[in-house]
Design a protein. Structure first.
Length: 329
């Protein structure tokens, strides 16, 4: 079985083609980079609409198959930015209708976990999913992915990207912040906001931006302080969740998973609690179409179909609202 997946929740347009024997045949990514500020949903949606046809053709060419050989069409149904989600859903509906193929709507957050399990071989991990739009600690229990901790406001990736824009660094901000943080020496006191099992990044972003504007600190020290504080907060709630669930594995995924400092923190936490650490390769950790295609296969094989009339997007679709019939452990 071969699935074509459409990822369009934010600034990444991803078209992935994956087979049921876990082969990623194509994973095409076309990123909308705003001229200034953060993501502008309608501009990103316009980009996705304009590039959709070319991205699908490139994916098929890369996979070496014709569109007729695709068995199912999967798409990110939520959560995400409304205009971007609707663009992807419209394209997926058109393909499914034209080809007479089944349509499967996929939860974007669940897809991050499932492609991570596929790529790493992890069977029953606690997952730290960190990106520009989401910051979630989750684990499977009783038919669903339960959320054990999450951000109460902005995601950690959003925090990093917004600071990077203010500081004139590259976009997305994570890689440039990591490079500069490696040269930092001074830890500037910043708000550390963990509330039970949840955390908040808005106060941290406000404070680090204010420190930037004073001109008193080297950019390297600002990046070092931001990174250490943000990731220490993640480490605290992740370690608590791992101790509570006693999961045998700890999985790090999402675009921010590329950060080596965060990866080292996650590995140290896992080893401290006797769990096996896994970090998803960045090509599959960041938003991509392959994760949608693979999760579409899992859902389809479990009897899930999405009729056209029920294929409306849900920008607020939480992962703990999704039934996961393909998991039995």
């Amino acid at each position: 079985m071969i699935a074509l997946g459409v990822e369009s929740t934010a600034d990444n347009l991803g078209i992935g083609i994956v087979s049921s024997d876990k082969l990623v045949l194509a994973n095409i990514l076309d990123i909308h980079v705003p001229l200034e500020g953060g993501i502008h949903p309608r501009e990103a949606a316009r980009h996705h609409s304009e590039q959709m046809g070319a991205a699908v053709r490139k994916a098929l060419d890369t996979a070496g198959i014709s569109i007729g050989e695709v068995d199912i069409i999967a798409f990110a149904q939520g959560p995400g930015l409304g205009p971007c989600l609707r663009t992807g859903a419209t394209s997926a509906r058109a393909l499914a209708s034209y080809l007479g193929k089944p349509l499967v709507g996929v939860n974007h957050c669940v897809a991050h976990v499932e492609i991570g399990r596929m790529a790493t071989g992890a069977e029953d991990p606690l997952t730290l999913y960190v990106s520009g739009g989401n910051t979630i600690v989750s684990g499977y229990e009783s038919g669903r992915y339960r959320i054990f901790g999450e951000t109460l406001d902005i995601a950690v990736g959003n925090c990093l990207d917004t600071f990077a824009r203010a500081a004139g660094l590259e976009y997305p901000g994570g890689p440039d912040i990591e490079r500069k943080a490696a040269q930092g020496e001074k830890l500037i006191p910043l708000p550390y906001t963990v509330k039970g099992m949840d955390l908040s990044y808005s106060g941290l972003l406000t404070a680090i931006t204010a420190e930037l504007q004073t001109g008193r600190h080297r950019i390297e020290d600002l990046c070092f302080s931001l990174q250490e504080t943000a990731y220490a907060m993640l480490g605290e709630i992740t370690e608590r969740a791992l101790a509570h669930t006693a999961k045998p594995e700890l999985l790090l995924t999402g675009g921010v998973a590329a950060n080596k400092r965060l990866g080292a923190i996650v590995k140290a936490i896992a080893e401290e609690h006797g769990a096996k650490p896994f970090v998803v390769p960045i090509r599959l950790a960041a938003d991509n179409g392959a994760m949608i295609a693979w999760t579409g296969i899992l859902a389809y094989n479990s009897g899930i179909r999405t009729p056209i009339e029920e294929s409306h997007v849900n920008p607020n679709w939480r992962m703990d609202q999704v039934e996961v019939p393909w998991r039995n452990s």
